[in-house]
Write a new protein. Structure first.
Length: 194
C-alpha cells in the first residue's frame, strides 16, 4: 500500500514536470537550462567579468592589508618601537653623512650619481641647452633614418595597411564579429606581387 502511494505520487509529479503550463514543469526546465545559459553568459562577457573579479579581489586585498596594519598599530608597544626605529635611523643618518664636511661631500657624490643614473649627465643637459649642437645631432639622426627607409617597401606596407583597413571597414558595415573567420579575395590594379 505504501509503495503504491509512492508510485502514484511519482506519477503525479511526472505529470507536472511534463506539463508545459505547470509551474513545477517550468521551474525544472529553467533549472535544467541554467548551466547552458550561465555558460553562454560567461563566454559572451568573459573579459568584463574577469576584470570585475580582479577589481573585487584587489579591493579585498587592500582592505585586508589595511586591517592588518590597523591591528598591528593597535598593539601597545609596536607604534612606539617603530617611532624609536625611525628616530634611531635619523640619528645614524645625521651622524654618518651630515656631521663632517667630508661626509657631506660623500653624500653629495652619491646623490649626484643617483641623479645622473635617473635623469642623465650634466653634459647632456648642456648639450640640450645649446640649440645649434642639438639641431645638428637631430639633423644627423634624421639623415641616417631617411637613408635606412626603403621607399618601395614603404609603398608595399601602405598598400597592405589600406587592404586591412578596407576589410575591417567592410566587416564593421556587415556587423561581422572579429572572431568570425571570413574568406577574402584581394585584387589590385598594379602588376606587382607581394
Amino acid at each position: 500500500m505504501v509503495v503504491e502511494d509512492e508510485i502514484l505520487e511519482v506519477q503525479r509529479l511526472g505529470k507536472f514536470v511534463n506539463d508545459p503550463d505547470s509551474i513545477l514543469g517550468q521551474s525544472i526546465r529553467i533549472l535544467l537550462e541554467l548551466p547552458e545559459v550561465l555558460g553562454g553568459f560567461f563566454k559572451q562577457y568573459q573579459k568584463p567579468l574577469i576584470l570585475t573579479g580582479l577589481f573585487f579581489v584587489a579591493f579585498l586585498t587592500i582592505k585586508c592589508f589595511a586591517a592588518a596594519l590597523n591591528a598591528i598599530n593597535e598593539l601597545p608597544l609596536l607604534p612606539t618601537i617603530f617611532e624609536l626605529i625611525g628616530m634611531g635611523y635619523s640619528g645614524w643618518f645625521v651622524y654618518r653623512y651630515l656631521v663632517k664636511a667630508s661626509q657631506r661631500e660623500e653624500l653629495g657624490k652619491i646623490l649626484q650619481e643617483l641623479k645622473t643614473e635617473f635623469i642623465g649627465s650634466a653634459k647632456a643637459d648642456k648639450n640640450l641647452e645649446n640649440s645649434n649642437i642639438y639641431s645638428a645631432i637631430c639633423q644627423e639622426q634624421d639623415s641616417e633614418i631617411i637613408s635606412i627607409i626603403d621607399p618601395k617597401l614603404e609603398a608595399d606596407f601602405e598598400l597592405i595597411i589600406g587592404a586591412i583597413r578596407t576589410v575591417r571597414n567592410l566587416r564593421a558595415e556587415a556587423d561581422i564579429k572579429p572572431k568570425v573567420k571570413v574568406n577574402a579575395i584581394l585584387q589590385t590594379e598594379s602588376s606587382s606581387k607581394f
